[in-house]
Design a protein around this ligand. Structure first.
Ligand code: COA
Length: 152
């Protein structure tokens, strides 16, 4: 699938706040989760801060913000170059199926090549068949499982 004409993947700007929050709310609802307003505000602030270690990218289609990625850049013990963890990916339900999700991942691959990140990785639920169909086009999933403790 080729990304549609009129699609732009770009950095967020302060005036994108309302559009990003609308998509973020959809993403949080997709996970049936609840994110405190202070965390949403803090995440948005970090996406605008070039020194935060977090990177946000927006998909703008015909002037509307219709998708985003949030990634964390961190050092790793198995490589000297930075590693990119793609933490969040979301496309507006009304804009799905047109190659926007793929374009958002392609954008990160291009950034990785430009900036010398050595790895790009992400997780999803085993049951998320829609996302996995997209992900399987890039690389085969490994057999690691995730352990998480919530401490604060
Ligand atoms: C996963 C998600 C980002 C995909 O976005 P999208 O813009 O619809 O994806 P694309 O249009 O780029 O589709 C990419 C591929 O996935 C497949 N795909 C996407 N949506 C599909 C659907 N509903 N049914 C079947 N296949 C689908 C397509 O076949 C396409 O592959 P192709 O180009 O080889 O045909 C989007 O569905 C979404 O936001 N889902 C909810 C949040 C989520 O699951 N995020 C990821 C969590 S880790």
């Amino acid at each position: 699938m080729v990304a549609p004409d009129g699609l732009l993947i770009r950095n967020p700007r302060p005036d994108d706040g309302a559009a990003w929050r609308r998509l973020w709310a959809g993403y949080v609802a997709f996970y049936d989760a609840d994110v405190p307003d202070a965390v949403t505000a803090g995440t948005w602030a970090r996406l605008l801060d070039p020194n935060s270690g977090m990177i946000g990218r927006l998909a703008e289609f015909n002037g509307a913000v219709v998708g985003f990625t949030v990634s964390v850049i961190h050092p790793g013990s198995w490589t000297l170059q930075p590693v990119c963890y793609l933490e969040d990916l979301f496309v507006d339900p009304q804009a799905r199926g047109h190659g926007i999700g793929r374009a958002l991942i392609d954008d990160l691959v291009a950034l990785a090549r430009d900036r010398g990140w050595s790895r790009l990785y992400w997780h999803t639920k085993t049951s998320n068949k829609t996302a996995r169909r997209l992900y399987d086009r890039y690389v085969e999933a490994d057999d690691f499982v995730r352990y998480r403790m919530f401490l604060a």
